[in-house]
Design a protein around this ligand. Structure first.
Ligand SMILES: [Zn+2]
Length: 297
């Protein structure tokens, strides 16, 4: 009985604010090459043409950064040999091993017998018991041991209006809408001739654009505060990493701004509006301090 009551929802902690794109941001959508003036690689938009950062992109990136930090990702190594068939090279796999990222040593990557190389891939953790699995849920839902804590909403491109924010609409706010998009040509330079090869046109959301974000934590246990602190650590890692594609080429530097943290204990949902508490935070370090101040579980 004790176990059952310990997983009763005790309340919700909501972190909200604005994500500012500090460099051009590209989160890929569906290709529109057939349209006149279309780009090879457009930015993702919803069915109304509104530009947004999918919750799954934000959630997935923060998760992968925390997994790298902890060495939690599940690594799969496939060793292969190459066989020539009809003058075409064909890979034949000889062996496959799995390990955690933090167990991956040079020793594990040594070739055996007639193996000629290996391919490596890393999947999210699915242990079900580490803090990452508790926050985000294990990669394999069969391994869920506790209720998943987090919800990451889609973050829409917004403009400031009357002290608040409004989603920029493709039709209503046409001029502003197109001011937030740019087409960046990229190519590969031929190392001998010095000429540009394979030109492609990548659509980006321009630097300075703002997206309204919201993250909800379901609180089940007194020490769930640790999980929220870990998540904020992941947000900090993201500020020094990138969101979306082509990060190594300078895309996707973001900053979390105008942060607010709101505590809605279960009493609030029962009708006690005084139970709600809300604090503003200057940055992510301050957010951890403010979390401490509003935490009453
Ligand atoms: Zn795990």
């Amino acid at each position: 009985m004790e176990i059952k009551s310990s997983y009763t929802l005790k309340g919700k902690i909501i972190i909200e604010g604005v994500i500012e794109a500090q460099t051009g941001l590209h989160i890929g959508g569906l290709s529109d090459t057939l349209k006149i003036g279309g780009t090879d690689l457009p930015v993702i938009k919803d069915s109304y043409g509104r530009i947004f950062i999918p919750g799954s992109s934000l959630k997935g990136k923060i998760r992968s950064l925390l997994e790298k930090k902890e060495g939690k990702a599940k690594v799969k190594i496939k060793f292969y040999k190459i066989v020539k068939k009809d003058n075409k090279e064909k890979k034949e796999y000889t062996r496959e091993i799995e390990c955690k990222l933090n167990e991956l040593t040079d020793d594990k990557l040594k070739l055996e017998g007639d193996e000629q190389g290996y391919e490596i891939s890393a999947m999210p953790c699915d242990c079900g018991i580490c803090y990452i699995c508790k926050i985000f849920g294990p990669h394999n839902s069969k391994n869920i041991k506790e209720p998943v804590r987090i919800i990451v909403r889609d973050s829409y491109l917004v403009k400031k209006i009357d002290g608040g924010y409004k989603i920029i609409d493709k039709k209503e706010d046409k001029d502003e809408y197109y001011e937030h998009l740019e087409i960046k040509p990229e190519n590969v330079i031929d190392r001998v001739k010095g000429t540009a090869q394979h030109p492609r046109f990548i659509e980006r959301v321009v630097a300075g654009s703002k997206f309204k974000f919201e993250i909800v934590f379901n609180v089940y246990k007194e020490n769930d505060k640790d999980l929220i602190e870990k998540f904020i650590e992941g947000m900090k890692l993201l500020e020094d990493d990138y969101l979306g594609g082509s990060g190594s080429r300078g895309y996707g530097k973001i900053k979390f701004e105008e942060l607010k943290i709101i505590n809605k204990p279960i009493d609030y949902y029962k009708g006690n509006t005084n139970a709600l508490s809300k604090k503003e935070a200057n940055d992510l370090d301050d957010l951890t301090v403010k979390l401490d101040e509003i935490w009453n579980y």
